[in-house]
Design a protein around this ligand. Structure first.
Ligand SMILES: Nc1ncnc2c1ncn2[C@@H]1O[C@H](COP(=O)(O)OP(=O)(O)OP(=O)(O)O)[C@@H](O)[C@H]1O
Ligand SMILES: O=C(O)[C@H](O)CO
Length: 498
């Protein structure tokens, strides 16, 4: 096989593995594993709920559009009547037309109203209208009703309801300032909870019905109060915490926002006995599916799940990944590896001893490796370019690969390929999920870029990673699945052959 075809095959292998990871967390496949109908009861986890034409459904997030159908099917009776009485969901702009398999969408007679909004993941008036409708539905319910709440990542932007007199524009500006300043999702959602009339458990406080939340997690450790800002989970944040975050990132806020934040009380409700919050899937599931894929498709390759809690600055992570690649390539050459301890911390390696043992074995036996990471990085956006955290990570890695990976003797042909992409299919305000890069001692993506007169450093300095990858080789290195209909953070795969 020529070097080019080995590179091409490896790029496709990683793209296919990413798709497999995404497929494993498609909500319509996860819901039936968690929710079952048995006669006139709905079984969710270990609990049984009596059905009596009393079910209402609300939902918000990037992945809820394909959660509706399995629930509707389950609640329909043999005479075609249904226990599902009403529903409203808030989903991303244009998501329905991007779901290719229309069978996954609710059918035309569905009683669930689908409202699209939050273009580019920014709360807007369409999402605000949806949030108002959702709040009306839950407020009207009675004690004997069941409320199914479908929740997934992206839910915060799709359920905006600032506490008056804060306006939607003020709220959006705070979120934008925080996320471009590099605040992580825990910080961002702590602030969102403090200024919202529905987040931080307030949706649950507004209903008498029994709540069953079905949650697809897109945050590290699946913290329930952080996913979509926990509308059905008690808010236990210290009242001053949101203001501390505002000060940390120098966010400019209006006197109204300051007033609402300083009057925030510690939540009275420390528990909602009538709410059950159930996580139906997460990043770990996707990583495990990806690991299995490598085992089946590439028998000589050793896949290792490194972490599901990767976080930090995207470009720095890209650098750490290259430093680890260097140690592994050196290891293949001398049959032994000493991993720098700080790299284990920077890459959030979960089980240090196991990881070192497995890598050492692969290096000694000269086995190809695929290291699998999951999590969510951040970017402090200082430039005016167009990009996302995954594309920025891969662009930074491309530059470090060129300068830091070793020039090994001619007779050795190591190959490094990296993919980083968001499982929701959209990385920041771009149409790609992420990107790929490669390196061999003879040629790497950086060289291709120079040949095409696309200078990686210039694009990185402007936070313009999407423009870089779009321009380079007509977008060949972009990962572009479109809206996937799911969302369990990002996946990174680092494939190294000796
Ligand atoms: N030009 C850019 N270059 C790199 N990253 C960017 C750029 N512009 C925005 N970002 C990053 O994109 C992130 C927002 O991306 P996105 O809208 O995909 O959010 P998300 O976290 O996936 O959404 P959710 O968690 O709501 O599903 C922010 O972290 C922001 O720093
Ligand atoms: O919607 C949100 O808040 C984020 O996606 C985290 O769940």
């Amino acid at each position: 096989m020529t070097r080019n075809s080995i590179i091409g095959k490896s790029l496709s292998l990683l793209t296919d593995a990413f798709q497999e990871g995404v497929h494993s967390v498609l909500p319509h496949l996860l819901i039936p594993k968690f929710v079952r109908r048995e006669n006139e009861s709905l079984l969710v986890g270990h609990r049984a709920y009596k059905l009596n034409n009393n079910v209402h459904l609300v939902g918000f997030g990037k992945a809820v559009i394909t959660m509706i159908k399995p629930i509707e099917d389950m609640l329909r009776n043999s005479n075609s009547s249904s226990h599902l009485v009403s529903g409203v969901v808030s989903v991303p702009w244009k998501i329905q037309e991007s779901i290719q398999n229309v069978e996954l969408l609710p059918d035309n007679h569905s009683c669930v109203e689908i409202m699209e909004g939050a273009k580019n993941n920014i709360p807007d008036h369409d999402a605000f209208d949806a949030a108002k409708k959702i709040l009306n539905v839950v407020q009207d319910l009675k004690l004997e009703d069941l409320l199914i709440v479908l929740i997934s990542g992206g839910g915060s932007a799709l359920l905006p309801m600032p506490i008056p007199p804060i306006t939607l524009e003020e709220k959006s500006s705070i979120v934008r300032q925080l996320s471009t300043a590099g605040a992580d999702i825990v910080e961002l959602n702590t602030v969102r909870k403090a200024i919202s009339a529905v987040k931080g458990g307030k949706l649950a406080e507004n209903t008498k019905a029994t709540i069953i939340s079905l949650i697809l997690s897109d945050v590290i450790d699946s913290s329930l109060d952080i996913i979509a800002s926990g509308p059905t989970v008690p808010n236990t944040d210290h009242p001053g915490k949101a203001m501390e975050i505002i000060s940390k990132y120098n966010v400019i806020i209006s006197p109204d926002v300051r007033h609402v934040m300083s009057n925030q009380l510690r939540s009275e409700n420390v528990d909602f006995p009538d709410a059950s919050n159930n996580v139906i899937g997460d990043n770990k599931l996707a990583l495990e599916a990806t690991r299995r894929f490598f085992k089946q498709k590439q028998r000589d390759c050793h896949p290792i799940v490194v972490t599901s809690s990767l976080k930090g600055e995207a470009a720095m992570i890209g650098h750490s990944i290259v430093l680890l690649s260097k140690e592994i390539i050196d290891g293949y050459r001398c049959g032994h590896i000493d991993i720098t301890p700080s790299l284990l911390l920077d890459l959030h390696v979960e089980r240090h001893a196991n990881f070192i043992e497995e890598i050492s074995r692969c290096v000694t036996e000269k086995l190809p490796l695929c290291l699998l990471f999951g999590g969510e990085s951040t970017v402090e956006v200082k430039g005016t370019g167009v990009g996302g955290r995954n594309q920025e990570m891969v662009l930074a890695a491309t530059i470090h690969m060129k300068t830091e990976l070793p020039r090994v003797p001619e007779d050795q042909e190591p190959l490094v390929v990296l993919l980083s992409a968001g499982t929701d299919g959209l990385d920041g305000p771009t149409t790609a999920a992420g990107a790929l890069t490669y390196w061999t001692p003879q040629r790497c993506l950086y060289d291709d870029a120079l040949d095409e007169d696309v200078r990686p450093e210039r694009y990185l300095a402007r936070n313009d990673s999407h423009s870089f990858f779009r321009k380079l080789s007509s977008g060949k290195y972009l990962v572009q699945p479109g809206h996937t209909g799911t969302n369990v953070m990002d996946l990174q795969m680092l494939y190294i052959r000796p």
